[in-house]
Design a protein around this ligand. Sequence first.
Ligand code: ADP
Ligand code: MG
Length: 335
Amino acid sequence: MSAAEFDLIARIRARVGTRDDVVLGIGDDAALLQPPAGMQLAVATDTLNGGVHFFEDAAPADIGWKSLAVNLSDLAAMGALPAWATLSLSLPAQPGDAMQAFVDGFLDGFVQLAAQHRVALVGGDTTRGPLSVCVTAMGFVQAGAALRRDAARVGDEVWITGTPGDAAAALALAGVAPYRDAEVRRCVGDPLTDHARLFERLQRPTPRVAAGRALGSLAHACIDVSDGLLADLGHVCAASKVGARIDAAALPVSPALAAACEGEARWSLQLGGGDDYELCFTAAPSRRDAIASALRAVDTPACVIGRIEAEPGVRVWRADGSPWTPPRRGYQHFG
Ligand code: ADP
Ligand code: MG
């Protein structure tokens, strides 16, 4: 380990929280962690590469936030309670103070979100290379109680939290292929300020952790929307050996998205865009009121957008009952 690497690890170690169940954190060859008795460990990992998953010139704090957020979102989709994380950083060679500034900024965002969820950073790796961040998040779920993709049942209602499509609209406004082909209304000035709310949703997604936990005993199947609602609901349907219909007119829309985009162009971003990190879940219609009040209690908006059906595949319907064919079913990231 070089002196520069040692310095960076020391900076990271100085800023991360700890918990009673971390027997040994950063500093040894491996962390020692004590999961609670009777709980299953949920483990998720996601890599974010510069120029692929975030803009090369993105604010380091936003990269730090998002790298943890996308992993907490995966835990949320399982109904798990986050506890621990590891962080592997690959940083391009640059002067030591530039590297320190990047790591400090990165930690601003990472630590802010980690503190909100009482997540302790317990280890990782620091190497030289193209800018890349890999986070692994670990959490607890009651044995047998996880929300899995393969549990949707015919007759279930399909729900979505929040308002999908905001992040995809930001990517369209930023001119990122293939989103830039979407019909979005640009405001007069700088899209970053005129459409600040959309860019905030792209750069600082909210992992729906409390919602996922509240749904544990109420929902059947669940997935977090990272690659587009149709694509991700398609994964649920394939795993559950069912199909689904979506009522496009029922899609919830944020004021910011409504201002930038309307009609079928909007549906296209909401159903085919990615990076929403909302939860799409299925549940029996008899659970509708219980779900609405459980989610209200954790301040998470959600609504029903469709149904699980026996026929495989995901179909989209207009308000007049005619089928709508989306131009694309999901984005393979960008670049
Ligand atoms: P080793 O060579 O034994 O793998 P390292 O030098 O890579 O050890 O790391 C030393 C300690 O610092 C380990 O406990 C490791 O988990 C931790 N660590 C290294 N990089 C990071 C990082 N980016 N974030 C958190 N902990 C880190
Ligand atoms: Mg190592």
